[in-house]
Design a binder for this molecule. Structure first.
Ligand code: GDP
Ligand code: MG
Length: 164
């Protein structure tokens, strides 16, 4: 079976943008919303010939109702920790670490799977100092990313496939 990369994080941090960007490396989005739950989609991707499946978590439904949000995000993080080989934890570099980010971090700190902490929406180099705030999440080194522009995604993919 192909290695699984799961993308987790609270709504609106840029998970789907990142998944589209990473899957674009192969130009093939194979199946939407197939499988386990409605709020996941599975995409085929490859990088330098290493094929993997990338899971986007958090559909539209879960992003609408705030009251069920926290349990859901915990569920997603737990599921990702269970089924993935590598976890991409996305946060928003423009807002700083939030309560929900800490919620996810608490779960991911307990997994022995590789976790990449991605500080997204850092579209300009001068914003990179925003990553320092995220050391407090306790899941390792935060790295600057712009899913929108693709900054940082090549280096990320190099390190991700090295984990397989
Ligand atoms: P999700 O809810 O975590 O899947 O987040 P989305 O991928 O749907 O993105 C939420 C919003 O953030 C959208 O308006 C995106 O265009 C925007 N966004 C995502 N990545 C970036 C980025 O790197 N830079 C900027 N400026 N905006 C981004
Ligand atoms: Mg999304």
């Amino acid at each position: 079976p192909k290695p699984i990369v799961a993308v987790v994080g609270r709504p609106n941090v840029g998970k789907s943008t990142l998944v589209n960007r990473l899957a674009e490396a192969r130009e093939a989005i194979v199946h939407e919303s197939r499988g386990v739950t409605r709020d996941r989609s599975y995409h085929e991707a490859d990088w330098n010939g290493r094929e993997f499946v990338i899971i986007d978590t958090g559909g539209i439904e879960s992003e609408k109702s705030d009251d069920v949000f926290a349990p859901r995000i915990r569920q997603q993080a737990l599921a990702a920790a269970n089924e993935a080989d590598v976890i991409l934890f996305v946060v928003d570099g423009r807002t700083g670490a939030t309560e929900e980010d800490e919620e996810v971090a608490r779960i991911l700190r307990r997994t022995d799977k590789p976790v990449f902490l991605l500080v997204n929406k850092l579209d300009n180099p001068e914003r990179e100092e925003a990553v320092w705030d995220f050391w407090s999440l306790g899941v390792g080194e935060p790295r600057a990313l712009s899913a929108l522009h693709g900054h940082g995604t090549g280096d990320l993919l190099d390190e991700v496939v090295a984990c397989f």
